[in-house]
Ligand binder design. Structure first.
Ligand code: GDP
Ligand code: IMO
Ligand code: MG
Length: 423
């Protein structure tokens, strides 16, 4: 029997999950998203073109692989249909390669409104949500009010939609300064639902478990990052789902003993988009240099990403919480002009030395840094580990030693083939 391998982000999202999943897809029979929704933006670069996926798994451009949207995902039909139409411009038979769980929850137009109303009411303490309706949809899921994908096939779907919409309108009326404007979006939403009725909507948990019994291979694709996890991230500045490896079990319907490799993705530095603590954030020229060199602007919202040094306190926590078995290190090419590269090995708060990622995500802590000599040479064209500069190899060894995880791949550019396999 095969097991499900998991790819997940170990920081605050945007680690390069899309690129990695696309790279690994030829080795798998199915790629399955298990949480999140259109708040995700996963970039794939091949044949000189960049493609950003939000809800559709990152295996969609490869032939011969199925793509599952699991029950743990929240789906906005408008967003999903737009995305499918874009994919169809360069890839054939999308409909045949895509399966949507009957149990995946639907993001209603009013969920988006609730997200926006809640954020604007929070003022300065806003989360910095992508405003895709993620929080309100998961709230309805756990509050047992939600609508699921399988419901779109029921004869009373419109009545049930209306009942939930009315409920939302009542809540929205409590935000007197907020204008509710959904008519146009609602029309598109129903048109998208109509189109999606002809897609494969299935009990994915049975299909996946049957595949494993028949020795087919499955890769679960995480969205967001470990430090945005609803339970273990820097709460309340988090997303509303479990982004850790455990999320793959409940987000797909596979038992914990069926999880195989856990592949953790991290950048050679850190980025964060939206609000919340970020102990190693750089507010100086170096931060700006990393942002420009790494094109650190949100794939979903276009917002500039906050940039900072690698944080081993946070990374070790993420590795522990998901049982990461191997690492993939992204974007070391971005740091190639720096004289010095720093890594946080602990935090300090007053006289206290903090080595374990704290409950508040590190508010008002001072990072304790270890400094490394920069590699000061371009690495984007290197494909052989032996040819990497000694300074970068030393940096990689330190990450391996600290996390206890081997780095298996070093990504040195956005393109599909810009990778070094570490022996
Ligand atoms: P995801 O959400 O984890 O899939 O990551 P995003 O796609 O939001 O952000 C990662 C960005 O970095 C994208 O623009 C990728 O094309 C780009 N990228 C991925 N790997 C590398 C790399 O090794 N080097 C560089 N320079 N860019 C990379
Ligand atoms: P991928 O999959 C980076 C952040 C938002 C905000 C917080 C809550 O591309 O790595 P939400 O819309 O979920 O209510 O936002 O989480 N966020 C992400 N940051 N990458 C993402 O996805 C993110 N998805 C959500 O910026 O701070
Ligand atoms: Mg992203």
């Amino acid at each position: 029997m095969k097991k499900v391998d998991v790819v997940l982000g170990l920081q605050w999202g945007d680690e390069g999950k899309g690129k990695v999943v696309d790279l690994l897809t030829p080795a798998y029979d199915a790629i399955a998203r298990f949480q999140g929704g259109p708040n995700a933006g996963h970039s794939l670069v091949f044949n000189g073109n960049k493609f950003v996926l939000h809800t559709v798994p990152s295996g969609i451009f490869r032939e011969g692989t199925m793509n599952f949207i699991g029950n743990g995902v929240v789906v906005d039909p408008v967003n999903l249909m737009d995305e499918i139409h874009q994919i169809e411009k360069i890839s054939s038979c999308v409909k045949d390669k895509l399966l949507i769980s009957k149990r995946a929850h639907l993001i209603l137009p009013t969920h988006r409104m609730l997200d926006a109303a809640s954020e604007s009411a929070k003022g300065k303490s806003k989360i910095g949500s992508t405003l895709k309706g993620i929080g309100p949809t998961y709230t309805d899921k756990t509050g047992r009010n939600g609508l699921r994908f399988g419901d779109i096939l029921a004869p009373d779907f419109e009545q049930r939609y209306k009942a939930l919409k009315d409920r939302h309108m009542e809540i929205l009326s409590m935000y007197p300064d907020f204008t509710v404007d959904i008519e146009e979006y609602e029309a598109k939403w129903f048109a998208a639902i109509e189109e999606l009725r002809s897609y494969k909507i299935a009990d994915i948990e049975f299909i996946l478990n049957d595949m494993l019994i028949k020795d087919a291979s499955v890769l679960a694709e995480g969205a967001q990052g470990s430090l945005l996890d609803i339970d273990f991230g820097s709460y309340p500045f988090v997303t509303s789902s479990n982004t850790l490896a455990a999320g793959a079990c409940v987000g797909l319907g596979v038992s914990p003993d069926k999880i195989g490799k856990v592949i953790g993705i991290c950048k050679a530095y850190c980025t964060r988009v939206g609000s919340g603590p970020f102990p190693t954030e750089l507010f100086d020229e170096t931060g700006e240099q990393i942002r420009q060199a790494g094109h650190e602007f949100g794939a979903t919202t276009g917002r500039p990403r906050r940039c900072g040094w690698l944080d081993l306190v946070a990374l070790k926590y993420a590795v522990m919480m998901s049982g990461v078995s191997e690492l993939i290190l992204m974007k070391s090419d971005v740091l190639c002009d720096l004289d010095t590269v720093k890594v946080a090995v602990a935090y300090r708060k007053g006289d206290e030395l903090i080595e374990n990622y704290p409950m508040d995500g590190g508010v008002d802590v001072e990072p304790v840094y270890k400094e490394f000599k920069g590699w000061k040479c371009p690495v984007s064209d290197i494909r052989n580990y032996d040819e990497l500069p000694a300074e970068l190899k030393e940096y990689i060894s330190f990450i391996e030693e600290q996390t206890g995880c081997p780095v298996k791949i070093i990504s040195v550019g956005p393109e599909r083939d810009a990778n070094i396999m570490k022996p």
